[in-house]
Design a protein around this ligand. Structure first.
Ligand code: SF4
Ligand code: SF4
Length: 264
């Protein structure tokens, strides 16, 4: 049975990481990595739609992912889901705990996040290197924190277009230090009014128009990492100025690499 409110499955047996909410749980912030760079912190949640499992190891956790179906097309290719399977001993306990804290006690979760950012003198926070905005209320908390900490730049990529559109309609623009990048892929934004927001477009080589768009400098045309970090580049947290950024396919899938070759 899945408790939809709490997002955990109680009747799972032989779960490697059984994570149930406890009031003493602490939010965990990740500091930098080879992609983000040292100056960028990240708050990660469980990725995907369901509790993650693998063929050989079985059920890895009882905590449902936060992507809520917005990723039906991309979960298969998602590096966050892959990382959660591959590096489960580090990824799942921290992302799983963050997820249950935010589900059970969002106020406390954001208070803890604020405390940690102040204590660490963080300059930049990336929301959700893994996971997604799980509810409209959660998005409102993200914005509230940005208003409370005007010297920290917050940024995120999202496919939760419904929440974002609702926010734009009900509350107006995002604060300058809360930068929303719309993750666009194969017409998934059709029908939404996401006026003025940045677009981050996945370039799998199938749309020739993207050839002229600025491409993320962290990935080259062959899908290889260049070593340029987000901390160094800063484009995705520079502001809500409506710019478009494409990123070359870096999924490592052979069939996608072939398509990329046709374009370059
Ligand atoms: S929405 Fe993002 S984090 Fe979730 S499965 Fe898709 S790519 Fe991964
Ligand atoms: S454009 Fe810059 S900030 Fe955005 S993902 Fe690429 S390297 Fe990071």
């Amino acid at each position: 049975m899945i408790d939809k409110l709490k997002g955990v499955c109680y009747n799972m047996v032989n779960v490697m990481y059984q994570i149930n909410y406890e009031p003493a749980m602490q939010i965990s912030l990740a500091k930098g990595n080879s992609k983000l760079g040292n100056g960028v912190y990240a708050l990660n949640l469980m990725p995907g739609n369901k509790p993650i499992s693998t063929k050989d190891k079985g059920q890895l956790t009882n905590v449902r992912g936060t992507c809520g179906g917005c990723c039906d097309g991309c979960e298969r290719l998602c590096y966050a889901v892959k990382d959660a399977r591959r590096f489960h001993n580090t990824v799942i306990p921290s992302a799983g705990k963050n997820t249950v804290i935010m589900r059970h006690n969002m106020e406390d979760g954001f208070e803890q996040l604020k405390y940690n950012l102040i204590k660490k003198r963080a300059r930049v926070l990336r929301y959700h290197s893994s996971g997604e905005i799980e509810s409209y209320n959660y998005l409102l908390h993200m914005v509230k924190l940005a208003v409370e900490l005007p010297n920290v730049r917050f940024y995120f990529y999202t496919k939760r277009f419904g929440f974002v559109e609702k926010y734009l309609n009900e509350c107006g623009d995002f604060p300058k230090n809360c930068v929303c990048n719309i993750s666009e892929w194969k017409g998934n934004t059709d029908g939404y009014n996401l006026r003025g927001l940045n677009r981050f477009v996945y370039d799998d080589g199938s749309d020739p128009k993207l050839a002229k768009v600025f491409h993320c400098p962290a990935v080259d045309k062959n899908g290889h990492k260049t070593g340029i970090t987000c901390d160094y580049c800063g484009r995705c947290f520079s502001g809500n100025n409506g710019h478009i950024t494409a990123v070359y396919d870096h999924s490592g899938k052979k069939k996608h690499r072939k398509v990329v070759k046709k374009v370059v």
